[in-house]
Design a protein around this ligand. Structure first.
Ligand code: SAH
Length: 275
């Protein structure tokens, strides 16, 4: 390994939630410049095809729990460090925003250990993308005073006292990574006495041509959608504001028959070598 080259800043950038036009000009500039791009499963292929430097090495470091093709975090950290020390311009591209439910901290710590400089560029997080494309103003006046980003990815994180707090709050609740646990989530909130008339909107593949929104009262959710297996990625919006979808939706529901916008994770040669 040649470490004598000038070390470049590693760029961490959010690619937005799906629609390839929801990316910043700054991130596009860095995509055109990068020697090496480590990307996520939730980054639109169109973004890479349209903007990535054609000479760049692109590694797909998708993280999808329990599915084949997930890249362990320590390998992503090692790749960032290794290529940066080789003097390569490394771009770490993540779906949505880089700091929301991502392992940004882990990756920053890995770089700090080697004194590798970096820059962080924000992106549009899935909650903002889904809210906009589903016509749900997240903190609409007289509906909610705040919005909370949460996850029910690991059940044990939420204590009974916190469930109670979530069930009683007027804040809008947005759950990431919870498509597979939506029924549990609804049950917990009902068990902790959430107002049964509260609305829930499940937004599948938000901001893409495959977007679908499933909306109901929370007490009718199980009956209407309890049996559905949502297509990943899925975001759940709970609160008074979710009912605004019916009146303010503007994007036609996907009835095209096309069902999958994001490709499932596949392994790279680089990962196989290191596995
Ligand atoms: N950093 C990302 C979130 C990564 S966690 C961001 O800021 O958006 C991955 C979770 O984000 C998914 O399980 C899903 O809950 C949500 N998500 C990401 N893109 C989405 C999309 N296009 N539609 C719906 N949910 C999405």
């Amino acid at each position: 390994m040649n470490h004598s080259k000038q070390i470049q800043k590693v760029i961490f950038a959010g690619a937005g939630p799906g629609d390839p036009e929801l990316i910043t000009l700054k991130t596009v500039r860095h995509l055109r410049n990068a020697d090496m791009i480590i990307t996520d499963r939730l980054v639109s292929e169109i973004i890479l095809d349209s903007y990535a430097n054609p000479g760049a090495l692109i590694l797909h470091a998708g993280k999808q729990r329990k599915r084949e093709g997930s890249t362990p975090q320590h390998i992503i950290n090692e790749l960032l460090v290794e290529y940066a020390l080789q003097g390569k311009k490394v771009l770490r591209l993540k779906g949505g925003d880089v700091s929301i439910f991502s392992n940004l901290l882990d990756e920053l710590q890995a770089l700090n250990k080697y004194n590798i400089p970096y820059e962080i560029i924000p992106g549009i997080t899935a909650a903002c993308g889904a809210a906009a494309y589903a016509g749900i103003p997240l903190t609409a006046r007289n509906h909610a005073q705040a919005v909370r980003f949460l996850t029910l990815h690991k059940n044990e994180i939420i204590r009974p006292s916190y469930w109670k707090e979530l069930a009683q709050t007027e804040d809008t609740l947005v759950f990431y990574m919870s498509g597979a646990t939506t029924s549990d989530l609804v049950k917990q909130l009902l068990d902790h006495s959430i107002n049964p008339g509260t609305s829930i909107a499940v937004v599948e593949q938000a901001t893409t041509p495959c977007q679908k929104v499933f909306c109901s009262r929370i007490d009718q959710y199980e009956q209407e959608f309890g049996n559905r297996n949502y297509t990943s990625p899925t975001l759940i919006i709970i609160g008074k504001v979710a009912s605004l979808h019916q009146e303010f939706k503007w994007l036609p529901q996907n009835e095209s028959g096309r069902d999958l916008y994001f490709k499932p994770v596949t392994k790279n040669k680089e990962e196989e070598v290191r596995a």
